[in-house]
Design a protein around this ligand. Structure first.
Ligand SMILES: Cc1ncc(COP(=O)(O)O)c(C=O)c1O
Length: 395
């Protein structure tokens, strides 16, 4: 065999999201694009804000000499300073450019962080349901994923977490607003999490990082204020991107922010910069860094996503589906009417509605809907959901 056994095995296991996406493409060929309602991917339908186009045009019309060259591996100082300034305003904590590393999206950021902190065999705790790529990213850098289930409201269980933390625990990854549930963790939860981690560090004499994946931080509904990790735990590393908040997932631009009070902060940041280089990212895309420097306070229309949530959530609840109401991101994670979530997703496929089984996120018995789609898709999928609700006697 010409490729590694591990990659060969992973190809065979290919993710449910990818599998559903491919099956969806086959359905689209059979029935035509217009008749298939694809709710599988978190690929935002909303176009980037006008400010983005304005900055792009300004750069094209007024190019900066050398603007396409290599740069320091952490990114442009001006861009890092702009990110730090915005974070300081949002959090009341004093960030400087030395706390920030620009990355190729949140995915690049996660890989850089894990590469920097993990020794072979170190454990990283994640909560089910989880963003499935965490498993690959942890494995990429010699880590071992330990999965702790969240409760019925999709809040991580702190007792279960306490039992899972041991001497090899190097990091915990949290993700709020959450993919796939849309849940936002409240301040009290984060505070108790911080207390628990401090206690466990003291118990084992170890360092445990809290990695907060905030890819959806700006996409939050009902006037909620985002509870950050910063006041609650100094060994915090936050990562995010502009894939969702500026609708730029193809442009691969994001950043890592390290708590200014983190122990050995300088060595940690030096490690992040080294890994950004040696993982082969070298630096985050230059053009995007020139642009997002001016867009730190700008976000796509969150009201538009909230309207989509309200529309679909309201209709599905009326049909008898049961779910925790999402407060952010652009996913919902209803209970599967059949115990076998894969079988239910296949039922929906018969009505040309494409979703992803909860099994793909480590939580069988549910299914994920991605509603960052156009209104035609949202309206069109209702008939299929209605048929399935009737067939399985919901409501
Ligand atoms: C929870 C979560 N983290 C990270 C990412 C990766 O984001 P990016 O496109 O910025 O790399 C995603 C993308 O969907 C995500 O859902």
């Amino acid at each position: 065999m010409s490729i590694s056994d591990k990659v060969h095995g992973n190809l065979a296991k290919s993710s449910w999201i990818r599998r559903m996406f491919e099956e969806g493409n086959a359905l689209k060929q059979r029935y035509g694009e217009e008749s298939v309602f694809d709710l599988t991917l978190g690929n935002p339908v909303i176009e980037p804000p006008d400010e983005f186009k304005r900055e792009l045009k300004r750069l094209v019309d007024n190019p900066i000499p050398g603007m396409h060259r290599y740069m320091a591996n952490a990114g442009y100082p001006e861009t890092r300073a702009a990110v730090a300034a915005q974070l300081s305003v949002e959090t009341g904590i004093n960030f400087t450019m030395n706390d920030i590393v620009m990355t190729c999206g949140a995915a690049g950021a996660l890989n850089v962080v894990l590469k920097t902190i993990l020794n072979e065999g170190d454990e990283v705790i994640i909560f089910a349901p989880y963003f499935v790529e965490y498993l690959s990213y942890i494995d990429n850098h010699g880590g071992v994923a330990r999965i702790v289930p969240a409760d019925e409201q999709f809040i991580p269980g702190l007792d279960a977490l306490e039992a899972a933390i041991g001497a090899r625990t190097k990091a915990i990854i949290i993700n709020s607003p959450n993919n796939p549930t849309g849940v936002v963790y409240n301040e009290d939860f984060i505070h108790r999490l911080g207390e628990l981690l401090l206690r466990k560090e003291a118990q084992y004499g170890t360092e445990i990082y809290l990695i907060s994946d905030e890819a959806y931080r700006k996409i939050i509904y009902d006037g909620l204020k985002y509870p950050t990790v910063w006041p609650h735990y100094p060994q915090s590393i936050v990562l995010t991107s502009h894939s969702k908040d500026l609708s730029l997932p193809g442009e691969r631009i994001g950043y890592i922010a390290v708590h200014p009070d983190c122990r050995q902060r300088k060595e940690l940041v030096d490690g992040l910069i080294f890994c950004n280089r040696t993982l082969g990212y070298v630096n985050a895309p230059a053009l995007m860094q020139h642009i997002v420097r001016h867009l730190q306070g700008v976000t796509v229309s969150v009201a538009e996503y909230q309207q989509k949530r309200d529309f679909l959530y309201g209709r599905l609840i009326k049909m008898g589906y049961s779910m925790v109401k999402p407060q952010g991101a652009f996913y919902m994670f209803p209970k599967s009417p059949l115990e076998d979530d894969v079988a239910f997703v296949r039922e929906l496929q018969q009505w040309q509605v494409l979703t992803v089984p909860g099994s793909g996120f480590g939580s069988p018995g549910y299914f994920r809907i991605s509603y960052c789609v156009d209104d035609r898709t949202l309206e069109g999928c209702l008939a299929g959901f209605g048929n399935a609700a009737q067939k399985f006697n919901l409501g």
